[in-house]
Design a protein around this ligand. Structure first.
Ligand code: ADP
Ligand code: MG
Length: 685
């Protein structure tokens, strides 16, 4: 217990404090925000004969008899009578104290679910309270709190009650906001939630639809916004090199590209260029659906760093992807007289060391690689811009590590890229500490990918289709069934799939890539596929991200029902990159029924091609917890608010957060204290 322990905790000591800490209750005021899960209505008494079945009710009567019966299993059986009839109460586990409570002649209130059975009315394990005749009923519904072993509801209720009594009105929201959003004050909301009167609808409370809940949801969203905004401001206050657009290298690359930038790319490039020119670190997320052309945007940003004599690095989560980036950048930038260093685990030690030496000496300004970039041996003394592709694949620590490759307290700018579109509400809540550029336009000339759902009973037809496509000079991917539980089994499945297809398609050149292959083999196979020397590439999800072979126009995904939505979308994005009409065949198991979520996912991927739509559906199916799980950062998680239900509160919360930080920083600080108690997340990367 810190500063002000609840009075009771002082006495019963550490044990209570420890149990409360398990509930994340560390201070007296944390009890206020420990909100009920549900309520029990003890404000009414039902007559035994009329009591409704199937819902908790309270009855009151006199104990007629109470005995321990050994009918099969020892149990305590009591008969209780009121004016309307008799009820049998039964306990399979019981204490002597319960026997005393149920002594014949005592007056009791029983609370529980009542059943009208063959032998009359019955209640199993009711809660008992001894009362005197005419004892008044409680005026408020009885809250039921989340609790933990060793902490009884009654004790928790008492503690919360005491905290409520001690609480003085502490309204931190402007009256105008309360008025506009029709929210009760903080105290009124707490009272309504902890001590709702009998006139309140339990259903509305439990469904979180009562205005008191809305107040809590709004305040929670507001605190999240304040916290994210503060983290953002703190980072922006640091110093970074001002990388002015000089239009030298960048212009040369734009002129040399075989295509014109899309409007969306030009917009993103301009937003980034503006950020880089400011002497504070950029924190920008470049979001664009698969194939929207993020790489060239990153390349132009990196060149802006180079034009100013600074280094730039691009980190990607897999070796295949990093190598593709390297090949592309190398092809674009070598003609400009620039050397792109390539760092990956698979490179020969000597070559790697030479590259590291050139980077450390500042002879080379550009580095592309995997996690190898953040190894201790690598320094990028003049790192001005760090780019992280598929940023959600990395943890906070890895992104930080890349930034810290710079020496002398230099804060590089950060550009994060993601092809996993984040639905708007989620972006506003969990990514509000980043600036976002969106590529919402695909390069021209792309043919939309046709998606087919095919039962694997028709696998032969699909194999024939692969043969036909390759006979026409096209290429195809075949994605092996996903086996998440076991890497060994995944490997075996990949090899079997490969062998089977190779024998079924003797005229085709079939290649195989999977995670356990040596890097050199992997990149040799990828290079052969890119060069058109392999017709059919059998692969695990290693090809999920970034791989770019425009001549591949057919993709088959086996056991598509096992994949997640984002995965399916990313995989499908490997085709439809050239001018040929492309198809993605989703094979699903015919011999067993699909689960509801699997069916829902296949329906979504079949009906939608737009990444944002798919992400929104994904959010609906899975909820935000899993969705942002990989972010692994200190973004305060929402305990009560629900992004779908409370979507309309997000924008007002954002606006108010900004206003409070500017005009009433003390109110902002006290809100943070109230909700987070100084445990504000570390929103650093
Ligand atoms: P992603 O956003 O998925 O990372 P890439 O950067 O890999 O996409 O780009 C996909 C493909 O589109 C690459 O072959 C790239 O060279 C090409 N590309 C990028 N921008 C354009 C454009 N404006 N016009 C035509 N092709 C483009
Ligand atoms: Mg990419």
């Amino acid at each position: 217990m810190s500063a002000s322990p609840p009075a009771a905790a002082a006495k019963s000591g550490d044990a209570l404090a420890r149990r409360l800490a398990k509930l994340d209750i560390h201070r007296q005021q944390d009890l206020l925000l420990h909100l009920p899960l549900r309520y029990e209505d003890e404000t009414r008494i039902s007559a035994i004969r009329e009591a409704r079945e199937g819902e908790p009710v309270q009855v009151e009567g006199e104990v007629e008899s109470c005995e321990v019966v050994a009918r099969g299993r020892r149990q305590l059986v009591a008969r209780v009578r009121d004016d309307s009839g008799v009820l049998v109460a039964r306990w399979l586990n019981f204490y002597p104290s319960q026997q005393r409570q149920m002594a014949p002649g005592r007056r009791v209130r029983l609370f529980g679910e009542l059943r009208h059975g063959f032998f009359g009315a019955e209640m199993v394990h009711p809660r008992v309270r001894n009362v005197d005749a005419g004892e008044p009923l409680p005026e408020a519904l009885t809250p039921v709190y989340p609790t933990t072993a060793g902490l009884a509801q009654s004790a928790l209720r008492k503690l919360v009650g005491r905290a409520l009594d001690a609480h003085v009105e502490d309204e931190l929201l402007p009256p105008q906001v309360l008025h506009d959003l029709r929210l009760p004050t903080f105290s009124a909301a707490l009272d309504a939630l902890h001590r709702p009167g009998p006139q309140v609808s339990v259903a509305a409370l439990e469904a979180h639809e009562h205005p008191a809940w809305r107040r809590i949801h709004f305040e929670e969203l507001l605190v999240q916004q304040i916290s994210l905004r503060r983290a953002y401001n703190a980072r922006r206050a640091k110093r970074a090199p001002a990388l002015k657009p000089r239009d030298q290298l960048t212009r040369k690359l734009v002129d040399a590209l075989p295509f014109a930038l899309t409007g969306a790319q030009r917009r993103a490039v301009a937003e980034i260029a503006r950020d880089l020119a400011v002497p504070h670190p950029m924190q920008r997320l470049l979001q664009g659906d698969v194939g929207s052309g993020k790489t060239v945007v990153a390349a132009l940003a990196m060149l802006q760093a180079l034009e100013n004599g600074f280094q730039a690095a691009l980190m990607a989560p897999t070796e295949i992807l990093a190598e593709q980036h390297w090949l592309k950048l190398d092809a674009w930038l070598t003609p400009l007289g620039l050397r792109v260093e390539w760092l990956a685990g698979s490179r020969a030690r000597k070559e790697r060391e030479a590259a590291q030496a050139r980077l450390a000496a500042g002879e080379s300004l550009l580095a592309v690689g995997t996690h190898a970039l953040i190894e201790d041996a690598v320094t990028l003394p003049r790192l001005g811009l760090a780019v992280v592709d598929e940023q959600h694949r990395f943890g906070v620590r890895q992104r930080l590590a890349l930034r810290e490759k710079a020496v002398g307290g230099l804060n590089p700018h950060m550009l994060m890229m993601s092809a996993t579109p984040i639905p708007r509400t989620l972006a506003m809540t969990h990514y509000a500490d980043l600036d976002v550029s969106v590529l919402d336009e695909l390069p021209p000339g792309r043919t939309p990918v046709a998606t087919r759902l095919v039962s694997d009973a028709r696998r032969d037809e699909v194999v024939a289709r692969v043969a036909a496509a390759c006979a026409e000079g096209r290429q195809a991917y075949w994605v092996c069934p996903l086996i998440e539980e076991s890497e060994a089994l995944q490997l075996k499945t990949a090899e079997e799939t490969f062998e089977r297809l190779a024998s079924e398609l003797p005229d085709l050149r079939v290649g195989l890539v999977h995670g356990r292959l040596k890097s050199a083999e992997k990149s040799a196979t990828m290079a052969a596929f890119a060069a058109g020397e392999v017709d059919l590439l059998v692969a695990t999800t290693v090809i999920e991200v970034g791989v770019d072979v425009p001549n591949a126009s057919l993709m088959v995904i086996e056991h598509a029902e096992r994949f997640g939505l984002a995965q399916l979308h990313q995989l499908r994005g490997r085709v439809g990159r050239g001018t040929a009409e492309s198809t993605c065949v989703l094979l699903f198991a015919a011999d067993q029924p699909l689960s509801d979520t699997a069916r829902a996912r296949l329906k979504v991927i079949y009906e939608h091609t737009d990444g944002f739509e798919i992400a929104r559906e994904d959010l609906r199916i899975r909820g935000p917890g899993e969705f942002v799980g990989a972010r692994q950062s200190g973004v305060p998680m929402l305990r009560h608010a629900d992004l779908e239900r409370d979507a309309d509160l997000v924008e007002p919360a954002r606006a108010l957060a900004e206003r409070l930080l500017a005009d009433s920083p003390q109110a902002a600080e006290r809100l943070l204290q109230r909700w987070l108690g100084g445990r504000e997340g570390l929103l650093r990367a």
